[in-house]
Design a protein around this ligand. Structure first.
Ligand code: TYM
Length: 338
């Protein structure tokens, strides 16, 4: 079999469920924007993934617009990147079905995110939640994407995408789907909960104080950092000194990601500083970086028709890439086209 060379292309997505958090911004959106111009970039609001758990139909469209507004406010340029919502490109669902028939139940059973989300309630969750990683593989491979920037929590799903591509290519004796590389780099690939440094910051946590939302105003951001859990010890002299101090490490990494510094450089600047000095500095930095984004999000949300127009144009561009790839997949599988 000759080895196909795939054009470098980035794909990534965010679910419109709940609001966007600082974890989504630093672990995903900021990095997505940074990859713009380096290679072709395709970014999606994955509304079909959102409905794997119940979404109020009255709120889903608005939540979809809000994620799109988050991307745009953070610097995504719809003339440079393709930006669309998943349900407007039906090829995602079609390739997802084929991948349901490629992926093995045993592979799905190993997905730690499903186990975490389903917990002891696995019998009652939707079949979609279980099959979700195979739809995610379809999202990526429908664009023959070679690079997928994600936070640490999505690594296993991108690895599964590689397994699905490999099995498809092997079963059908083709070299059709690329081997996708997860791009998990920088200091912000796992931003933790502000009240418990051993848990990921997520949109669905119980208390609003444990996360920073991209729509929080300056007062809220400052208050949440001020109340963030820490330990009584001042900042260490070296980065290694943060070992076994999850809350302290998290705040240093947030500072590093917001200021485009390495955590080592942050430690060098604040070695020996107490929290009374570090937390206000972090709050000021976060407000300076996030306030312009949240006010731009609010401005964009005032004109939903404009967001819808951007998503429609993006969906058209996405279909132009996705549909030929789906067609070729159908031919490889042997589906009759009359
Ligand atoms: P989702 O919507 O849960 O999160 C979107 C992105 O944000 C990252 N992220 C974080 N990064 C660092 N620290 C955190 N606390 C944090 N919380 C969230 C996630 O890692 C992710 O990159 N299954 C995906 C969506 C998806 C997708 C795809 C991603 C669907 N299809 C194809 C890439 C490619 C998800 O639920 O992300």
């Amino acid at each position: 079999m000759t080895q196909t060379t795939f054009t470098p292309r980035v794909f990534s997505g965010i679910k419109p469920s709940g609001g966007l958090t600082l974890g989504n911004y630093l672990g995903a959106i900021k990095r997505f924007v940074g990859m713009q111009g380096e290679m072709e970039t395709v970014y999606c609001v994955v509304d079909m993934h959102a409905i794997t758990v119940w979404q109020d139909p009255k709120e889903l469209a608005n939540a979809t617009r809000e994620v799109a507004a988050g991307y745009l406010a953070a610097g995504l340029d719809p003339t440079q990147s393709i930006l669309f919502n998943q349900s407007q490109v039906s090829a995602h669902a079609e390739l997802g079905w084929i991948f349901n028939c490629v992926a093995r139940v045993g592979w799905m059973n190993r997905m730690t995110q499903f186990k975490d989300k389903a917990g002891s309630n696995a019998e009652k969750v939707s079949l979609g939640l279980y099959a979700y990683p195979s739809l995610m593989a379809a999202d990526i491979l429908l664009y023959h994407a070679t690079h997928v920037p994600v936070g640490e929590d999505q690594k296993q799903h991108v690895e599964l995408t590689r397994d699905i591509a490999h099995k498809f290519n092997h079963d059908f004796k083709v070299d059709f789907f690329p081997e996708t590389t997860p791009v998990i780099d920088g200091p912000a690939t796992r931003i933790m909960n502000l009240r418990d440094g051993t848990k990921k910051m997520s949109k669905s946590g119980e208390s609003d104080m444990e996360r920073i939302n991209m729509t929080d105003d300056a007062d809220k951001i400052a208050k949440k950092f001020k109340k963030a859990k820490t330990d009584p010890t001042p900042l260490p002299e070296t980065y290694e000194g943060l070992n076994d101090r999850p809350e302290a490490r998290n705040l240093v990494e947030i500072y590093a990601a917001l200021s485009d510094m390495t955590p080592q450089a942050v430690i060098a600047d604040y070695a020996g500083a107490g929290w009374g000095q570090f937390k206000p500095a972090l709050a000021d930095l976060a407000v300076a970086k996030l306030a312009p984004i949240s006010s731009e999000m609010a401005r964009l949300m005032d004109d939903p028709a404009e967001i819808d127009r951007i998503l429609a144009t993006g969906a058209e561009k996405a279909r132009a890439i996705a549909e030929p790839i789906l067609k070729q997949t159908y031919d490889i599988v042997g589906f009759l086209r009359s």
